[in-house]
Design a protein around this ligand. Structure first.
Ligand SMILES: Cc1cc2nc3c(=O)[nH]c(=O)nc-3n(C[C@H](O)[C@H](O)[C@H](O)COP(=O)(O)OP(=O)(O)OC[C@H]3O[C@@H](n4cnc5c(N)ncnc54)[C@H](O)[C@@H]3O)c2cc1C
Length: 264
């Protein structure tokens, strides 16, 4: 690990000042990804700005037709929240299958979506539910937030403050997990809402993506059979030691059908 200055500000203004004053400064939230990156000397920030002292970034609010989840809310809090279990049970179930208890007790929803790991679970839920990412500067529709592998629409000094997730009529997340890390080899989030059906896939490609053909078929008939003949092209899908692109393409169909069945 290289040396860095550590800051624990108590307001977003102070965070903005620290990030503005130090071009190589970085935010740290749960540290579940960033700290190992530092340990391997894969990053060399001059300053770490810890969000842990900013209480306004934490907690889950019922906004009627949506839940608003603060960026510093930990996966374990989402997993156990009665509001989430009632409003978006698929999200509580998704949080429950992230990593292991140590990761869930430290990792945050804001850190997860800002990091945008291609195999992370939350991006599938945020896109699948048609959510909105709230930042220190603006609101960004989920469809425009995740822009590429480990890339988002955030500017360097812009911070995710919360995520607004509309409550669906029904939703389910199914993941085929890596047995060691529990990251998604392929995960599919399916949501049925008043505005239609959304199908969001993580793990299969460089970045979360939707499957419009499945969404249209499910809007006509919300059954696993309705999408059984839809083949996902393997072009551009991830191929690594865990699974080939061909295997991942096949898994998207399998996980999508299981997710539709799981919507009950
Ligand atoms: C062993 C292991 C297994 C895991 N398994 C899974 C899994 O199965 N599924 C899964 O989805 N994830 C998994 N993770 C990732 C974990 O869920 C964390 O959510 C993720 O590492 C990032 O969250 P964090 O709060 O720890 O962020 P940090 O590591 O602190 O930060 C990550 C990045 O996001 C930036 N950042 C953090 N918060 C904000 C913010 N509010 N605004 C702007 N930028 C911000 C940081 O600057 C940094 O670049 C695993 C991690 C480990 C170590």
């Amino acid at each position: 690990m290289y040396e860095f200055n550590y800051h624990q500000p108590t307001s977003l203004d102070e965070v903005a000042r620290l990030l503005g004053a130090n071009e190589e400064a970085k935010i740290v939230a749960g540290g579940m990804t960033l700290v190992p990156t530092l340990k391997f000397r894969l990053a060399k920030p001059s300053d770490l700005v810890d969000l842990v002292g900013i209480s306004s970034l934490r907690g889950i609010t019922d906004a009627g037709d949506a839940l608003v989840i603060g960026a510093m809310t930990r996966h374990a809090e989402v997993e156990r929240s009665p509001l989430v279990k009632q409003g978006i049970p698929a999200l509580a179930a998704l949080a429950h299958v992230i990593g292991d208890p140590a990761v869930r007790n430290r990792g945050t929803i804001g850190g997860s979506i800002s990091n945008n790991d291609p195999a992370a679970d939350y991006p599938a839920a945020v896109v699948g539910l048609g959510g909105t990412v709230q930042t220190t500067r603006r609101e960004i529709a989920a469809d425009n937030f995740f822009t590429g592998m480990f890339e988002t629409a955030l500017d360097r000094t812009e911070i995710v403050t919360a995520v607004r997730l509309p409550k669906p009529q029904a939703a389910c997340y199914m993941k085929f997990k890596n047995p060691a890390s529990r990251y998604a080899i392929v995960g599919v989030f399916v949501a049925r809402t008043g505005g239609g059906v959304r199908v969001a896939v993580t793990g299969a490609g460089p970045c979360v993506f939707r499957v419009p053909e499945m969404e249209a078929a499910l809007a006509r008939s919300f059954t696993p059979d309705a999408i059984k003949d839809i083949a996902i092209p393997q072009d551009g899908l991830n191929s690594d030691i865990h699974a080939s692109a061909e295997y991942r393409a096949h898994l998207v169909g399998v996980m999508a059908r299981r997710a539709v069945a799981g919507c009950g």
